[in-house]
Design a protein around this ligand. Sequence first.
Ligand code: NAP
Length: 487
Amino acid sequence: MEMKSASAALLKNYIGGEWVASNNATVDLNPSDLADVVGQYAEAEPAHVKQAVEAARAAFPGWSRTVPAQRSEILLRIACEMEARQNELGELLSREEGKVRKEGVNEVAKAAKLFEYFAAEIIRPDGEHFPSLRDGIDVEALREPLGVIAVLTPWNLPMGTPCWKIAPALAFGNCVVFKPSNFVPASAWALTDIIARAGMPPGVFNLVMGPGSAIGNALVSTLGINAITFTGSNATGSHIAKAAGERRIKLQMEMGGKNPLVVLDDANLNLAVDGALRGAFYATGQRCTASSRLIVTKGIHDKFVSALVERMKAVKVDHALDPQTDIGPVVNEPQLDIDLSYLALGLGEGAKLACGGERLTRKTRGYYLAPALFTETSNKMRINQEEIFGPIASVIRAKDYDEALSIANDTPFGLAAGIYTASMRHATHFKRNAECGICMINLPTAGSDIHAPFGGRKASSYGSRELSVHAREFYTTMKTVYASPGA
Ligand code: NAP
């Protein structure tokens, strides 16, 4: 295979304030162009994980006692550099993950804002005071950092998800050992490089790259971590929950979704079709909040399907850095194989493929797949019960609103749910009865604000919410102090 732009330098892990080499490397390829080598990244060894946790433990007493204003300044420095370099970093992200340039740049810009947000959040007055039931006693509840946080993240938001976790973890005075998905080491390394130069003492932040089965597993099993924050699949989540449960350490997990988007007869057709198209297929459908089940009532069903198919045919699938591209490639070969296997499964289950689903050939060799729409499906089919995590969605016909709501909730997952309707009565009922953590009304299921809480229900989530003021719940522990004047 002809290789372009192979980076000679092996980019290393970051442990205890030093860049640390290792014997093995991951070669990071661009899914839009397999001849383009994004870079080569050192794979940590299990001994490195132990060193990283020890370095973080050693740094914790000093870091946790820094005044919030000092941590705030460091977080702002990180935010400034990310913001100033958003185009370059967004392009790097697109190059290694395959989302289009605009989405990559937007992800970096939002991630920068998160550091800014938590730089301010950390100086918010905190703690609670209670009048005691006993005379002469003061009662306060203080918040303190937890210690060493293991951060494990997936490949689909290579900057976004790590920053959701790293910014609040550091802001509240914790130390971090970060294990990114080994499919996206370039974004993780670039973020680490910025954090490493922001002025934190050695050991406060550490990066260990490598495959989840080895390095992720070593991290969650290492004694010395005080909490795990994980985003990824339900299968890995179950494994991590066991490791955390055995040692009784704090755990937060955000996992998969099979998100319903209900379209009622009275919906604005253009808005609903646009929301379905963007929610189901943009970012190559590789979003935990993707609208993968389109539940459409019978009066609008046929019009909706034909308008959506028309829009899908006009979408340009191509190299992620081509400015004309709407949808980039699938991230890697294992994910493409999963997508293709679900396409075959759907046909085998009796669904009709109304559009797309074929592998596409482009100027450069990559994992291109035409966004696919199944119609005439039932909610019981595996394609509607299991998360696919690709550019594949199904339409499910419903008789009326009540049936649509019941189908929407008939899933093990509970992340996002949306509805398109002009009826205030139905929108309000849906808002109160959809079994989800994020509810969208006349909006695509994907897309969130950094200052609002994020998380799901049922199999999609475990533990407290991410982002916003609520992030404090996970990244701190409480101490209740009873004080008497003594003599
Ligand atoms: P994944 O395979 O579960 O991986 C997630 C992270 O865990 C990666 O860093 C992975 O490393 C690591 N890992 C894998 N096996 C491990 C093990 N045995 N022990 C410890 N760590 C291990 O998930 P993914 O394929 O990267 O991401 C897609 C999934 O993430 C989808 O289910 C999606 O819905 C979910 N997601 C959820 C949200 C949300 O907020 N709810 C957001 C984004 C994505 P390697 O990659 O190196 O193997």
